[in-house]
Design a binder for this molecule. Sequence first.
Ligand SMILES: [Zn+2]
Ligand SMILES: [Zn+2]
Length: 340
Amino acid sequence: MKAPLLKVDDRGLWCEAGGFYIDPWKSVSRAIITHAHSDHAKPGSSQYLCTTRGKGVLQCRLGASAKIESLPFGESLSIGGVKVSFHPAGHILGSAQVRVEYKGEVWVVTGDYKREPDRTCDPFEIVKCHTLITESTFGMPIFRWPTAHEVAEDIKNWWIQNTQQNLHSILLGYSLGKSQRLLSYLESGPSPIYLHPSVIPLTKAYEKEGIDFPKYAPIPKNPLPGSLVIAPPAFLQSTDFHPFANSTLAYASGWMAVKNLRKRQPADRSFIVSDHCDWPSLLLTIKECGAEQILVTHGYTATFVKYLRSIGYSADELHTAYLGETHPISSETVKLEINL
Ligand SMILES: [Zn+2]
Ligand SMILES: [Zn+2]
């Protein structure tokens, strides 16, 4: 049996023929990065390669001293005789699937991805391949997202109602990707928009790439009544939160599709907004890419692999460092909800 083109070792997903790693979790000499989230872009490697669109946010995350080279979407580079190219993953700005071709064999690593429209990043593209390494963060049938348009309308109506009652609206989500997507939903609202300090430099990196946003400002000492704040969940524990005592909280996440998790949140309201694929999008992608072999990593890998095999795919779990990471909710609990 010939050696696989990509395999996991103790540092990450390794391409022996090309001498590089994709999203390594330890420092390596050459790291190819799908996107700038911290579970994919670890500091300490000697040399990084990412998309041209994603270089600004990656540099922001890894620091000015990180040595980062970039490649535009769709252009290829030969690394040790292996042809490497990036294709949009639709997850956050600059996020990519990595296509690796060697001796006529093509593998694609999706990184994190979504198929819904999102004007803050380039739309997902199907890349034909023999082997697909896919994430499965939301690889359970319960996860089906409402349309972006529906969610944007819900958020805007919530904001208007809060402003009418003189309440601040605190919208909680990750500082990279989710915050910028939420901000992009908030055109011509009823009151000022403030961004948490951790969100501002990343939003500026998006603006440098030509993504435009509604007017925003840093959180002032004395916020105007009825304003909206976009901040990561840790904001609630910080002293910056004190001026916002008269507020209502909403949490924006794909996990909000699960009733038990909604109940556990301190938020008064939740919006189902995810930058990952839901169950139908995962299955659609696997079908459309035409892969003969599917390797599954991140999330509900065992359940998803079992399902893929039951419908005739050759599928296996890929044992990365993130397999078996703790999820907010077990597959058993999710199944229970499906049966209700
Ligand atoms: Zn991510
Ligand atoms: Zn991830």
